[in-house]
Ligand binder design. Structure first.
Ligand code: G3I
Length: 364
């Protein structure tokens, strides 16, 4: 009945798709059969949102009609909450109040990242470069302040984001954190500070393109290093910024299996499926804009269907799957190539559920 109910309800979804609720055809009223409910026996389903989205009724309804978890797309980042030498959590707190009001789970994103950090994070009062001891203290202060502020709402943190290098032969990104420390031990400090700040918090490492064989090898080296340092690492966040073809399902599965073998959990933390293939032989060669027409949307739906077949196969190891955005027109991918629109998500610019939404909403 549940499946029949779901498919029957979803059959009417187009009619109310604007609100992303399924419809009971007899009752002619929306029934909030959300993705989060459909997947409640599998893993949490979330979306990254911005506080400004909460000011728009249709966006709130799309979120509440489908998702049970949220990530602040940017408003909990160090560079956004610490400006002019003071913390201002107001934008992030709008999201936290919304989460509290509706019982939405929250992923904390992200404590230590080489992007979107305070402009003068690495500078001393004279404008010179700080040393390791000062950076360590600043990191500790930030992690304690931020985790304490969001205590009770955030149930897992991306402690460090994107510390593994994309460069051949280099395991760790030569970020300013790495350069000032002289090695990757800033990562260990970040996790230890996070553990001291909250003895019970789930602490994750988050990164992209971990499915690429080179980066997967580096991930394994990173996991071994964290184990050797006795760091309490809950799991690995696979960002999941995928295209229609890359990475293959096999590559993702191989990466999942490696993490599982290391005894860690998995989350897909920033899922979207771009309709562009901008990398030919590893070189960025952006494609011209293409219309998100029915054939392309059908291809994207099939891609999402295959991804979610894999995620459901590993449901015992996957904590959550979070989409990186709500509707196509607010996706970060629209900024990747100036003036080029993408359509990577489940809802179109008018908030209507796309074929991709239905492709993952119906399963045995
Ligand atoms: O909304 C403000 C606007 O009011 C202001 O006028 C404008 C100029 O300052 O900034 C706008 O905020 C920008 C926000 O995106 C709008 O969405 C922030 O400056 C800008 O930093 C922010 O970029 C975010 C980026 O991370 C850096 O934090 C993107 O939204 C977000 O999608 C992107 O997400 C990252 C993940 O955290 C890590 N993985 C990669 C992913 C994509 O880059």
């Amino acid at each position: 009945m549940r499946l029949l109910g779901a498919s029957l309800l979803l059959a009417g979804a187009n009619f109310f798709a604007h609100f992303a609720h399924a419809v009971d055809m007899e009752q002619k009223k929306p029934i909030p059969i959300s993705l989060a409910e459909l997947y409640q026996d599998q893993f949490d389903i979330g979306a990254a949102i911005k506080s400004e989205h909460l000011d728009e009724t249709f966006r709130r309804q799309i979120f509440l009609g489908s998702f049970g978890r949220l990530t602040a797309e940017y408003e909990m980042k160090w560079g956004q909450i610490f400006k002019e030498n003071r913390y201002d959590f107001s934008a992030a707190d709008k999201l936290m109040d919304f989460a509290r009001d509706y019982g939405i789970k929250v992923t904390g994103h992200t404590l230590v990242w080489h992007i979107d950090h305070p402009v003068r994070l690495f500078e001393n009062a004279k404008g010179g470069k700080i040393g390791k001891a000062e950076l360590r203290q600043r990191m500790r202060q930030h992690i304690f302040t931020t985790m304490n502020h969001f205590q009770g709402v955030v149930d897992n943190w991306d402690v460090v984001n994107e510390a593994i290098s994309d460069k051949e032969g280099e395991v760790y990104r030569r970020s300013e954190f790495y350069q000032i420390y002289g090695d990757q031990s800033y990562i260990v400090d970040a996790f230890r500070f996070a553990r001291q700040a909250d003895p019970n918090m789930e602490l994750w490492y988050n990164d992209y393109m971990l499915e690429h064989s080179d980066k997967l090898e580096k991930l394994q080296e990173f996991i071994r290093y964290m184990k050797q340092q006795r760091v309490d690492l809950a799991g690995i966040g696979f960002q999941g910024h995928y295209s229609l073809e890359w990475p293959t399902i096999d590559m993702i599965e191989k990466a999942f299996q490696l993490v599982i073998k290391e005894g860690l959990k998995i989350k897909v933390s920033e899922l979207d499926v771009t309709v562009y293939n901008d990398y030919l032989d590893g070189v960025f060669q952006p494609e011209p804009e293409k219309a998100c027409d029915a054939p392309l949307l059908a291809k994207q739906a099939q891609r999402y269907r295959e991804l979610f077949e894999l995620f459901r196969k590993y449901k015992d190891h996957i904590a959550h799957v979070t989409f990186w955005g709500l509707t196509d027109e607010t996706s970060w991918l629209n900024g990747v190539v100036k003036g080029r629109e993408d359509c990577p998500l489940l809802f179109d610019k008018s908030g209507r559920a796309k074929p991709a939404y239905h492709a993952i909403s119906q399963f045995k």
